[in-house]
Design a protein around this ligand. Structure first.
Ligand SMILES: [Zn+2]
Length: 466
């Protein structure tokens, strides 16, 4: 009779090195993969309207990472994190179609999240976005980058699924304090009602949720961690992952062989302070990485299945847009005659008028919400857009007392800032003045205040119905 190898070795090695023969069968399998998505052609930097330049080089490579999870019933979920300013619905739709066709992965089992680094490439998709460009090469490079990105994301989703191996999943969380609310009430009678300035008394969500993936040999295969804060500590003219890039790098250096994935939270109205510069970016990255290490040591919650993924859209309405006559009247005024009518507002009116005349001005937006249940041990809610922090705070309040909750923003379709009703009524950048810059999609007006109840109602309903 041939003895199993571990019985042969049992007489030679100390008992602690033996595999536990009474261990339960592995409930989970996981696989991780990564690829570099730094542009290989000259491309413009994204994010800051005041910095319209081609990147001068690479200070830190941008990466796409995938983590595939599978429970013991074969249900799968793949999360992809991107060192990019946004996830466009065009990118997600194209990846979702490919991974469905190639790997049979259903739409609701695919999550895309972006770190919102402003040191990544501009992402343009529509002819309207291209029409304003004078350099035809810029359009071609954007299109080539988009196509390459879809191929690369599809590739790492496939690799992560091929690498599935038995693991244990553990959830923990810690806190990290560098995010500060960035909406400061303007005490002056003129200008925006709220300024983009640090507000130490404003609402924050300092939670650092952490999902760790450990192999049978106890090595850390992957760690996913979240934080609700704009990833905009840097405004250099080179490619860079900013504080989230530093945090991922620091965790991976501390745990060789690990893939660290940053999941952006509801940081629409949060900035890391101090800013700007690589020194602060490194410090914030180190702070976040330290919080992740703390979460790995804190009271851990092993996750059981079953895995359940859900996807739904909720209708968001807009405030009534101006009429064709109103738009034409405003556009007929001499440029510069009204200081409150900026060139950006004028351009928004021009684009809205064109859409109105073509009959293509949208009247609502179908807003995606994704929910993933890990049995009764963890509920993950993925919200779309630049979601303000009121959403994660309210979801944690309304769903308190049951399953631990992880709320991510910047998932799947970064269509606009998503203000809460409070932020919308207060006014300012996140409330709607940012919406004038958006052309993918072009919004007809600010959102109707009903958006918070609609998003909350659907997200809570999905979270409560595993
Ligand atoms: Zn932003």
């Amino acid at each position: 009779m041939k003895l199993p190898i571990f019985l042969v070795l049992a007489g030679l090695m100390p008992a602690v090195a033996l595999p536990a023969t009474d261990a339960p069968p592995p409930q989970w399998r996981a696989g991780a993969a990564r690829t570099v998505i730094t542009p290989t052609e000259p491309m413009y930097l994204a994010g800051f309207a005041s910095r319209v330049v081609i990147a001068e080089g690479t200070a830190m490579d941008l990466q796409a990472k995938a983590l595939a999870l599978e429970d013991d019933r074969g249900t799968r979920f793949v999360m992809v994190t991107l060192d990019l300013v946004e996830v466009a619905n065009q990118t997600r739709d194209a990846v979702a179609a490919q991974v469905q066709a190639k790997f049979g992965l259903p739409n609701e089992a695919l999550l895309l999240n972006c770190s919102h680094t402003h040191c990544g490439p501009e992402l343009r998709f529509t002819e309207e976005e291209f029409s304003e460009l004078k350099d035809p090469q810029r359009r071609e490079r954007c299109l080539r980058y988009n196509a390459g990105l879809v191929e690369k994301i599809t590739g790492i989703v496939g690799e992560s699924l091929q690498r599935l191996e038995p693991v244990t999943l553990v959830y923990g969380h810690a806190r990290c304090g560098f995010a500060m609310n960035r909406r400061l009430k303007n005490e002056k009678p003129s200008g925006e009602p709220f300024l983009n300035s640090p507000n130490p008394d404003g609402v924050v969500d300092h939670d650092v949720p952490v999902l760790s993936v450990t192999r049978a040999d106890k090595s850390l295969a992957a760690v996913v961690f979240g934080y609700a804060c704009h990833n905009t500590t840097m405004s250099i003219k080179e490619w860079h992952g900013d504080y989230a890039g530093h945090a991922q790098r620091i965790i991976e250096e501390a745990h060789p062989g690990t893939v660290a994935l940053f999941m952006m939270g509801c940081g629409g109205d949060q900035n890391g302070y101090p800013r700007f510069g690589d020194l602060f970016s490194q410090r914030h990255g180190q702070s976040l990485a330290t919080a992740v290490e703390a979460a790995l040591q804190a009271k851990a919650r092993p996750l059981s299945g079953p895995l359940k993924t859900a996807w739904d859209t909720v209708r968001l309405d807009y405030q009534p847009p101006p009429t064709e006559e109103e738009l034409q009247k405003r556009l007929a005024t001499p440029q510069g005659s009204d200081p409150s009518y900026s060139i950006y507002r004028r351009d928004w009116d021009r684009r809205r008028l064109l859409a109105l005349q073509k009959g293509s001005l949208r009247d609502h937006y179908d807003y995606p919400i994704q929910v993933v249940h890990f049995g009764n041990d963890l509920t993950f809610i993925g919200l779309s857009g630049e979601t303000c922090v009121d959403y994660s705070l309210r979801l944690k309040r309304e769903l308190a007392g049951s399953t631990p909750l992880w709320v991510a923003g910047y998932c799947n379709d970064v269509l606009a800032y998503i203000p809460s009703k409070r932020v919308l009524q207060e006014g300012g950048y996140e409330a709607g003045t940012s919406i004038v810059y958006w052309s993918n999609p072009l919004h007809p007006n600010f959102f109707d205040p009903s958006l918070e109840e609609r998003i909350m109602g659907r997200a809570v309903g999905m979270a409560r119905q595993p």
